[in-house]
Write a protein that binds this ligand. Sequence first.
Ligand code: G4P
Length: 568
Amino acid sequence: MKAPEQAKAEVARRRTFAIISHPDAGKTTLTEKLLLFGGAIQMAGAIRARKASRHAVSDWMKMEQERGISVTTSVMSFEFPIPGRPEDAPDFERLANVNLLDTPGHADFGEDTYRVLTAVDSALMVIDGAKGVESRTEKLIEICRMRDTPVITFVNKFDRECKNPLELLDEIEDKLGIPCVPWTWPVGMGKGFKGVYHLVERELHVFKPSDEGTIAAGIPVEGIDDPKLDELLGEEAVEELREAVELLEGAGVEYDREEFLAGKQTPLLFGSAMNNFGVRELLRAFVSLAPAPQERQAVVGKAAVEAPKPGDPVETRMVDADEAAFSGFVFKIQANMDPKHRDRMAFLRICSGRFSRGMKAHHVRLGRDVAMGNALAFLARSRELVEEAWPGDIIGIPNHGTIKIGDTFSEGKKLRFTGIPSFAPELFRRVILKTPLKAKQLAKGLRQLSEEGAIQVFKPLLGATWVVGAVGQLQLEVMKHRLEDEYSVVAIYEPVEYSMARWITPDLEHHDKVTLDKVMANFKRKCEENLYVDGHDDLVYLAPNKWNLSKTAERFPELKFEATREHS
Ligand code: G4P
C-alpha cells in the first residue's frame, strides 16, 4: 500500500474518546469491561486500584507515584473489530484502533477532565439508571458542547430498580438538551430485568448475571413482532416492549449522522456494566458510529508564533487529519513520579500526519526544532518508545518543564491549535508563607504547578500575596502536599472572599482602541482590589459573588468578562 493510502486507512480506523459521568455511575466498571473486550486485561486491574486510592491525598499520591498508575492509565489503547467488515480483510480495515483517554478518577480534578475532552473526537456518557442525569454530567456535557463533540450514551445498572426508560430518555433531552436515539431498549429492570432488545440489529440479548469477559451472542429475531420474542420473554414483558417500541417509532427521533456528529443527538444503549451486559453491544455501536479524527482549527501565519496584539488580524485554517505533515498539541502535563528529578510528561494528541521515531518537529511557541526520539506510546500493557503513530493517537513527551499545556508541535508549516482552554476556578485561597525566606521557592513552585495545569495562580496588581484557584478541593490539597514535598514550602492557605474568576479582555469588535485604553485605565483604578494577573500575565477579575460580577460587567460594557481562557 502507498504511503498516503496507508495514512488514510490508519486515520479512518482511529477512535479517540473519553468517558464522562457523575461519580459512582459506573465509569470505572465500564472502563474495565471495555478493556477486557479489547484484550487489555492487565490495565483493567490498574483502573480499579487507582480508584480504590481516592481517600487520603497523601496516600493517593504515593500510590500513584509508586505504581506509575497515573501515567499508564492516562491513555488506554486497544483494537476491536468494526462490525460488518469481512473477517479476512487486513487488520487496518477490519479493526478499529481505540484510544480511551482517562479522566481523573476524582471529581475534584474537573479542570483536567475538561482539557482531556479537548483532545477526543467523541465521548461516552454513562448514566446511572436509578439516578438519571446528575450535576457533574450536566457540566461535562457543557464542555462537550463547546466543541460539538458527538456523544454516545450508556444507561447503566439496569440490574437494579431504575427510572422508567422513557422517563430517562425525556430527562436526558430536557436536562442536557440532546435528543436521544434509542439503539437498544431494556426489557424490565431490577429483579425483573430480562435483557435488551437491539432496535437496529433486531436481536434480543437475554440477561444473565455474569462478571466474565465472555457473553452469549444475541438471538436474532424478525423484528419486534416475531413470536420468538413471546417465547423468550413471556407475555407481559413482550407486550411492554412492543408498546415502548411502537411509541419510539411513532414519536422518537431518527438517527441522523450529521446531527450526531454535531453533538445534536445521542444514540442510547442500556445495560449493566457490572454484569458485563450490554457492553459488547455498546462497543460495537461505538466503533461503528464514533467518528475518526476530524479536522481541527489552527491559527497560522504570524499569529501562530507571536501572540497577536489587540486588533491584529488572526489568520486561521482547518488542519485535516489526512494532511501529510505531522502536527499535534499538548493537552495535559503530568509531573514525574520521582520528585528528585523534575521530569514531566507532556501528553500530545496527534492531529495530522505520521509520527515516526526518528523525526524532528517544530515546537512552535519556542521556535525550536526538537528531536522526538524519546516519545512514548501507551500500549495496553506498558509504555514503550513509540515507533510510529497516527492522528488520534496520544504520545507522551518527557521534558524538564519546557513544554506547556496548549503547545503545538508541527512539521513544516508553523501553526498553533486553538481551543485548549483554562476554566475559571471556583475555589480560592490566599497563600501566606510561614517563613518569608521561602518567597522565591513559592513563586517557582506555583509557577511550575500552574504550568502543569495542576492549579491556577493569581498575583494581585496591588500587593504581593498570591491567590491560588482550583476547580475542586482535592486539587488544593494536592497543591499543598506538593509544595511541601517538592519545594519545601510550608504555607497557610487562608480562605478568601472570592468565588468567581473572569478573564478580562477589551471588546475590540465594538469599540475603538483609544476608548478602550481609557476604559481599561479607569477599570484598573476603580477595581484595583479585585484585579490580578494569572500565570500567563493575563488580567483577571476575582469576584466575591455573582451579583458583584454582573454589576461590574454592567459598569464596563466595553470589556469582556470571560469564564474560559485559551492557552496560547
Ligand atoms: P465510577 O467510576 O463512575 O465512580 O463508578 P464505579 O464503576 O466505581 O461504580 C460505582 C459503584 O456502582 C460500584 O459499587 C460498582 O460496583 C457499582 N456498579 C457499577 N456498575 C453496576 C451495574 O451495572 N449494576 C450495579 N448494580 N452496580 C454497578 P461500590 O459498592 O461502590 O464499589 P465496589 O465495592 O463494587 O467496587
